[in-house]
Design a protein around this ligand. Structure first.
Ligand code: AMP
Ligand code: GLY
Length: 421
């Protein structure tokens, strides 16, 4: 079959890498793609936020299946447009993607289905929001309702910081995303991510992971899109996983179906876990980046069959073949990230690395210039390895990272520390 993947990050390179290994995949096109994807697939210059253009391209190229990577095309209704055109597609409708695009929407769903989450209140004006903060006290969490590129959440350790966040949000710092604000109880515990496929009715868990959001070693410095991840997440024991499925994930999927917006795609659930009890922090309507890279490393070629079952509504007949393994990914970013950074530096040493089912460098912001791989973004490479233990995977990933010759880049040295300590 002919398959089109939308996106250009490490997440999409890892999806392309796994899908390409499945014998069902005849022709693979990535749009817009990056240098890593260009090495294993055709790349097409397509406006992936425009559902009409994507549908026309898919029809003209006899595409049988479209896999949507990032959240922006989901929120823009690209999956709706493709389904209207009769094109098989992996990714939720814009209505269902509100689970990521609106925090207030998700809180309502949790209320309706009884899913454990932080206590909260919603506000559209500053004065009552501030009164609520003063009444609740700190620590407290202030969130812009809409999509704010991961920056719309302020975990305020004191009241002053929370009150300032209210001024920023209603002052327009997050644009339309901040016209409504959700204020939440601060939850303590350990965070983990859980990835579940849903075809609207059936659910199939496909793995757990933990990421490292801060830029610096020891989880210090500003937040980033993620500097590394590993799978599985030890805190997601069988008992916690079962509770999360029964108390949070299944009720959410049932409530979405009841509201006439069945959720079809991957549900990426973030939990706070304390004393064996998971509580929902957030949902995302897509795979995490870089969490996807470790999941793809572990799942391999079967991913295509799973994504197809999800899109076709046959997840009840699908099954995941698990290996008792571990995977880790170390992000190499351009110096300066997540602030300003330069583009165009040359990355050497990539061709000396083993690339196989246990070792892969997934590309994020890369470009090929005059036959050389150059940096073209903030997060640039995802050095990924699989092993019988997390330690083995970690050692292999770091050996690869050290062999990459890129003085303009940097990476964290402690990915996986929590699970290894
Ligand atoms: P979100 O964008 O909702 O994932 O929030 C970003 C990060 O803020 C989460 O990964 C948590 O580390 C933290 N966070 C969000 N909500 C809460 C909460 N209610 N209590 C504690 N930490 C939170
Ligand atoms: N790594 C976090 C995310 O993809 O949202």
């Amino acid at each position: 079959m002919n398959i089109l993947i939308l996106g250009s990050g490490g997440r999409e390179h890892s999806l392309a890498w796994a899908i390409k290994q499945n014998p069902k995949c005849d022709r693979l096109i990535c749009a817009p793609g990056n240098a890593g994807m260009a090495a294993i697939a055709e790349c097409a210059d397509l406006n992936i936020l425009d559902g009409g253009s994507v549908a026309t391209f898919a029809e003209e190229n006899a595409v049988d299946f479209v896999v949507i990577g990032p959240e922006a095309p989901l929120a823009a209704g690209v999956a709706d447009r493709l389904r209207d055109a009769g094109i098989l597609c992996f990714g939720p409708s814009a209505a269902a993607a509100q689970l990521e695009a609106s925090k207030a929407f998700t809180k309502d769903i949790c209320d309706a289905c009884g899913a454990p989450t932080a206590r909260y209140a919603r506000f559209t004006e500053a004065a009552p929001a501030k009164a609520y903060i003063r009444a609740q006290g700190a620590p407290i969490v202030v969130k812009a309702d809409g999509l704010a590129a991961g920056k719309g959440v302020i975990v305020a350790m004191d009241e002053e910081q929370a009150l300032a966040a209210i001024d920023d949000m209603f002052g327009g710092e997050f644009g339309a995303a901040g016209t409504e604000v959700v204020i939440e109880e601060f939850m303590e515990g350990e965070e983990a991510s859980f990835f579940i496929l849903s075809d609207g009715e059936n659910v199939l868990p496909i793995g757990t992971a933990q990421d490292h959001k801060r830029v610096g070693d020891g989880d210090t410095g500003p937040n980033t899109g993620g500097m590394g991840a590993y799978s599985p997440a030890p805190v997601m024991t069988d008992a916690v996983t079962q509770k999360a499925l029964d108390e949070i994930v299944k009720p959410t999927v049932a409530e979405m179906a009841r509201r006439g917006m069945p959720y079809q795609g991957v549900l990426y659930a973030g939990f706070m876990i304390k004393d064996g009890q998971p509580r929902l922090v957030e949902y995302n309507a897509r795979f995490g980046d870089p969490e996807c890279q470790v999941l793809m490393m572990r799942l391999g070629a079967q991913v295509l069959d799973l994504l197809l079952a999800c899109a076709q509504g046959t997840l009840d007949q699908a099954q995941v073949n698990w290996a008792d393994d571990h995977a880790i990914t170390v992000v190499m970013a351009a110096r300066g990230y997540p602030g300003t950074y330069a583009k165009g530096s040359v990355i050497g040493g990539l061709d000396t690395l083993p690339e196989d089912s246990g070792n892969m460098v997934f590309h994020a912001g890369t470009k090929e210039t005059d036959g050389k791989i150059t940096a073209n973004g903030g997060r640039v490479l995802n050095v990924t390895a699989r092993g019988g233990s997390l330690q083995e995977a970690r050692d292999r990933a770091y050996a690869m990272a050290e062999a990459i010759d890129w003085p303009e880049g940097f990476y964290r040295n402690d990915i996986g520390w929590r699970a290894l300590s």
